[in-house]
Design a protein around this ligand. Structure first.
Ligand code: ADP
Ligand code: NI
Length: 219
C-alpha cells in the first residue's frame, strides 16, 4: 500500500465515522481543513503526507464524536496500527491529533511544523465567512439566540451561563473568533487570518448598524 492508498483508505474511514454524526462535525469541515493544511504545508515546506493524515483524523478524537477523548484517541491508534506506517510517522500523527483536536483547537501548541499547520488550518475554518456561518449553525443547533442586546459581551462564559442560555452566536465572536488571528502559528496562516478577521469586523459593524436601525436609507 503506498501513501496515496493510505490517504484514500483513511478518507473512507473518516467519512464512514462522520456519516452518523449529529454534533455538527460534517465531512466538509474535515475536507476544508485538509485542503488548507496541504496548501500551508507547501508554503511552509512541511511534510504533506503527515499533514494530510492528521487533518483527516483531527476530529475523530473529539469527545462529541467518540464519546470521550480517550476512546477517540484509541480508535485513531488502532486505525493507524493497520496501516503500513513507520512508528515515527504513527506517533507523529497521534501527537498532532492529541494537541490539535480538542475543544476546537484550544489545545497546547504543537511541537512540530506539521502540527502547527493542522492547528492553524482548523482555526482558520472557524473565522471569516465560513467561520461566521458555522457559529450561527452551532448556536441554532443549541437553541441559543443569535444576539441579545441586554447582555454585555463576555470574553469567557462559564458552564452555568451556557446552561442558563446566556451564550449567543454574537458573543462567541468575543469569546473565541476575534482572538484566533493572534493565535496562528505560521506566517502563511497569519496572512490569511488577518483578511478573515477584517471581514468579521465588518460583519459585526454591519450587524450592529442594522440592529440599531442605522442603515443609511432608513434615516
Ligand atoms: P472544531 O470542529 O474546530 O473542533 P468546535 O467543535 O469547537 O470546532 O466547534 C464547531 C464550530 O462551532 C466552530 O466553528 C466554532 O467556532 C463554533 N462554536 C463552538 N462553540 C460555540 C458557541 N458556544 N457558540 C457558537 N458557536 C460555537
Ligand atoms: Ni475541526
Amino acid at each position: 500500500m503506498d501513501k496515496r492508498e493510505i490517504v484514500q483508505k483513511t478518507e473512507q474511514y473518516v467519512r464512514m465515522l462522520l456519516e452518523n454524526d449529529a454534533s455538527g462535525h460534517d465531512w466538509w469541515h474535515i475536507e476544508r481543513v485538509r485542503r488548507m493544511s496541504i496548501a500551508l504545508a507547501k508554503k511552509e515546506g512541511a511534510d504533506e503526507f503527515i499533514v494530510e493524515m492528521a487533518a483527516l483524523l483531527h476530529d475523530v478524537a473529539d469527545e462529541k464524536i467518540a464519546g470521550s477523548e480517550e476512546k477517540g484517541l484509541s480508535a485513531v491508534t488502532s486505525w493507524l496500527e493497520q496501516m503500513p506506517l513507520s512508528n515515527y510517522d504513527k506517533e507523529h500523527i497521534i501527537e498532532i491529533i492529541s494537541s490539535v483536536s480538542f475543544k476546537g483547537g484550544h489545545g497546547k501548541k504543537p511541537n512540530t511544523i506539521e502540527g502547527m499547520i493542522v492547528q492553524d488550518a482548523d482555526r482558520l475554518d472557524a473565522i471569516g465567512a465560513i467561520g461566521i456561518a458555522r457559529t450561527f449553525m452551532y448556536a441554532g443547533n443549541r437553541g441559543h439566540l443569535m444576539y441579545d442586546p441586554n447582555l454585555p459581551y463576555r470574553e469567557k462564559m462559564t458552564k452555568e451561563e451556557y446552561r442558563q442560555g446566556r451564550s449567543t452566536a454574537i458573543n462567541h465572536f468575543y469569546e473565541k473568533l476575534l482572538k484566533l488571528k493572534d493565535l496562528m502559528n505560521t506566517e502563511s496562516a497569519k496572512q490569511i487570518a488577518s483578511k478573515r478577521h477584517e471581514f468579521m469586523e465588518r460583519f459585526l459593524q454591519q450587524f450592529y448598524k442594522e440592529w440599531d436601525e442605522q442603515d443609511e436609507d432608513v434615516n
